[in-house]
Design a protein around this ligand. Structure first.
Ligand code: NAP
Length: 250
């Protein structure tokens, strides 16, 4: 890959966007940021100077992502990959989750990945990179997260299939599997959670930078767990012999 590669970063305006963009520009790469929040896009561009440019729009619209990819080539002279951070969340039991809710979450979490990948693909040569994100719930879905987990499970299956296609063009499609990141809004929303177990956005960003580098030349269709110290706990387990109660810390 070029020493100064250029990436389309879709969903850059969210919680992980700042750290991911900093990791890429910090090593000399250029980015074209896509999102709907113009104020946040402007902030990011200001922060990263010439290395960053932005394209405001809805990433589920094929016209938007295609135009953003073309803009990346016009602005930076090249396009080497995609980091797809677009995501949405839904919680609620099946009983009260409407078909419209399902359409919305599938559109945000699944269709946006399709439109973004299809926009970038025509510009990529051998060595191109795409990075997607799914939560642990995509493989181990708990109650009340059916719509969210299903949308992310669809994304995961799609990335794995797509990776088998893309590898024959020497394009690397990999997925980060993660749990809740340690971000200020999550700390506010979950005051009782132990954030010492959560992953830091900067640590996710380091893995993204790796997946978007020659270091990951051997990875096609990888599902890379970036789970920090996450573990399942269960009252049924009863803790280890010796009576330690189930919990996170010895
Ligand atoms: N952070 C975590 O704890 C965590 C854990 C597991 C998995 N993940 C996944 O990792 C990815 C990145 O996480 P994150 O925490 O940065 O997510 P986030 O804070 O929810 O950010 C996602 C961004 O996508 C944007 N977006 C949503 N729909 C869009 C659309 N149609 N077009 C353009 N932009 C759109 C949102 O912006 P607006 O809505 O303001 O436009 C938001 O800024 C997501 O896919 C997430 O599901 C995150």
């Amino acid at each position: 890959m070029s020493a100064r590669a250029a990436f389309l970063v879709t969903g850059a305006t969210g919680r992980l966007g700042g750290a991911v963009v900093a990791a890429l520009t910090g090593r000399g790469d250029r980015v074209m940021l896509v999102g709907r929040n113009r104020d946040r896009l402007d902030e990011l561009v200001k922060e990263h100077g010439d290395a960053a440019a932005a394209f405001a729009g809805d990433a589920t619209e094929a016209g938007t992502t295609a135009a953003a990819a073309a803009e990346c080539v016009a602005r930076h002279g090249r396009l080497d990959g995609l980091v797809h951070l677009v995501g949405g969340f839904h919680i609620g039991p099946v009983r009260t989750t409407s078909p419209r809710d399902y359409e919305d979450i599938l559109r945000t979490n699944f269709l946006s990945a399709v439109t973004s990948a299809q926009a970038v693909l025509p510009h990529l040569g051998a060595g191109g990179r795409m990075v997607f994100f799914v939560p642990q719930m995509a493989v181990e879905p708990p109650a009340a997260f059916a719509a969210y987990a299903a949308s992310k499970a669809a994304l995961l299956a799609w990335t794995r299939s797509f990776a088998h296609e893309a590898k024959h063009a020497d394009i690397h499609v990999n997925t980060v599997l993660m749990t809740m990141a340690d971000t200020p809004d999550q700390r506010r929303a979950r005051p009782a959670a132990d954030f010492g177990l959560a992953v830091a956005p900067g640590d996710v960003a380091k893995v993204v930078a790796f997946l978007a580098s020659d270091g990951a030349d051997g990875l096609y269709g990888g599902v890379v767990p970036v789970l920090a110290k996450f573990e399942y706990t269960s009252g049924l387990a009863g803790g280890p012999p010796g009576g330690r109660p189930p919990g996170n810390r010895p």
